[in-house]
Design a binder for this molecule. Structure first.
Ligand code: IPE
Ligand code: IPE
Ligand code: MG
Length: 245
């Protein structure tokens, strides 16, 4: 059989890793005269949608910023409401996620979490560790600066112990000490709710991520919005400091 004469345009690249700053739950609730925690509850539906969307688009890594190192300063009732939602999410969704080939990984400072949540997370990670369809990274009690500080400390310990020479420290050594070791850097960072900042999210890993800001509030974000962000990514030219030639 002969080859087709018309040359086919290359398929646009599917991003390997999408990271999302899920913002706007509080404003979503406020606009409806509801307590903020109901906004967070509604946000869980959007999480479900986006996980499905990633699987159908063939995205291999999804990182969700669920709770920052600074979010601990919110009122106690809101913090415990968010932690309850996390418990509920893992308990309810683990079976479906595990069955669908999703691997769960949690990044952040676990020492601040309640013991039962730490156990739930450890169990979810263990149960899904061999899954390869999609890695769902949940950033929980996570701060990019904390992560880099902790990495510096471990590297300094290695140097102090004589196991590492200062001149051996390079980007790879630093990346190897981050919570995200083994996870490719995000191709896209999406932030909902119209805010245009990183709020201490993946500071090292986003060096060359494409930033996409969406006005929709997180509970209103769905699979079509994810697909639109991917399409926007595909229209951009990544140059990594080069000339793009
Ligand atoms: C994002 O929504 C969820 C978390 C930070 C946990 P917010 O709670 O920040 O919602 P807004 O920004 O107040 O609307
Ligand atoms: C960032 O949102 C953290 C998460 C989405 C988990 P925030 O609402 O906490 O960020 P700021 O305070 O507006 O920067
Ligand atoms: Mg917010």
């Amino acid at each position: 059989m002969s080859e087709p004469v018309v040359s086919q345009a290359a398929e646009p690249a599917v991003p390997r890793h999408v990271a999302i700053i899920m913002d706007g739950n509080g404003r979503w609730a406020k606009a409806r005269g509801l307590p903020r925690n109901l906004g967070h509850r509604q946000g869980v539906d959007a999480v479900r949608e986006v996980v499905r969307g990633c699987r159908s688009l063939g995205i291999r890594y999804l990182t969700l910023y669920a709770f920052s190192s600074e979010n601990w300063k919110r009122p106690q009732s809101e913090v415990s409401g968010l932690m309850d939602l996390l418990r509920l999410y893992i308990r309810r969704e683990l079976k479906e996620l595990a069955g669908g080939g999703v691997r769960i990984r949690v990044i952040g400072d676990r020492s601040k979490l309640d013991a039962d949540i730490r156990d739930l997370i450890a169990d979810a990670e263990a149960q899904t560790r061999d899954n390869t369809v999609l890695t769902l990274v949940i950033a929980l009690s996570y701060g990019g600066q904390d992560e880099i500080v902790a990495a510096c400390r471990r590297i300094a310990e290695e140097v102090a112990a004589g196991r590492l020479q200062p001149e051996q420290i390079d980007a790879g050594v630093v990346a190897g000490q981050l919570h995200t070791v083994g996870i490719p850097d995000p191709d896209i960072v999406i932030r909902t709710s119209g805010e245009q900042r990183l709020s201490n999210f993946l500071l090292w890993q986003t060096a060359y991520s494409e930033l996409i800001f969406v006005d929709k509030l997180w509970p209103d974000f769905g699979q079509q919005d994810l697909a639109a962000a991917v399409a926007e990514f595909q229209r951009r030219e990544r140059r990594y400091g080069g000339t793009g030639e």
